[in-house]
Design a protein around this ligand. Sequence first.
Ligand SMILES: C[S@@+](CC[C@H](N)C(=O)[O-])C[C@H]1O[C@@H](n2cnc3c(N)ncnc32)[C@H](O)[C@@H]1O
Length: 307
Amino acid sequence: MKVIILAKDNLELADGEAKALFETIDRVEDLLFLQQLSSKQAHRLAFAKEVHELLSILDSEDDVHKLSWNKLIKGTYAIRTHDIPEREMAAKVYMNLRHPVVNLTQPATEIHFFKRGKVIICTKKLFTIEHGYEARHPKERASIPVSVHPKIARAMVNLTGGQPGATILDPCCGTGGHLLEAGLMGLKITGTDIEKRMVDMTLFNLKKNNLVGKISRQDVLTINRPYKYIVTDLPYAKNTKTINIRAFYQEFFIHIGKILSKRAVIGLPDIFRPQQLIKNTGLKITGEYTYYIHRSLTKKILVVEKA
Ligand SMILES: C[S@@+](CC[C@H](N)C(=O)[O-])C[C@H]1O[C@@H](n2cnc3c(N)ncnc32)[C@H](O)[C@@H]1O
């Protein structure tokens, strides 16, 4: 069985994106258990750090000797612990090995012990999930002050559940933060924005990442073909020319209700009541997450589907 080590900064979002993509078995705090997971699949995840193989769930530290350490560890190794003293656990493993060769910097095998509740979860690390967010950070691409961070953008795309080859629409694409992540994950990308300047910036950012997409200038409220997957960050007061933002949101959700055929993931400031916004739209909310941006802005991510 595989264990995904989730990023602790937003466990709900980490859990949500993984569950939208994979069949999971259980979660114990930051440890998400699932039967199978390839390295390629795992690298999609925004809020995940590492993938391990489950070795055992121990009732106490004294059960460490029950594992076949001489079979599990060949060559150099290191013991890493989480919420349990490392020195004691390392000593217990050491005593059970015929030829222990510890290498703390570049071990061939990394064994982890996680104390979670009353049990100790013992795993072997398989790989680290590389994200490469730095190169796509708003300050490294054509951007505006409200451009989405690649980590959030990626999690939002993942929440749609869209698989490589599927088409995803960002109808208020701005500088293309969501489209970049979706394109890099192998989805076909379509974007619209009411401002030509934004369309140009999205095209520039896509090209820089060797991606192509159908990007055009259009008002979201005039899009009339159906889309299975939609992801977007709605404009909000400070960056929009739309005067009545609440009225715009209401029209937006009514329109999404008409063109959505499967799932949409929408980012907006958390001051709005989601149930009010989707009233009479033919949509239902199937997920709701919050994340903090700065002192005066917390955002909400809504997952909506046809009611
Ligand atoms: C919050 S920004 C999107 C930022 C984007 N996620 C990024 O990473 O840069 C919202 C965008 O919605 C666009 N917008 C506002 N009203 C619109 C409308 N009626 N139709 C389409 N786009 C609209 C704005 O021009 C703005 O670029």
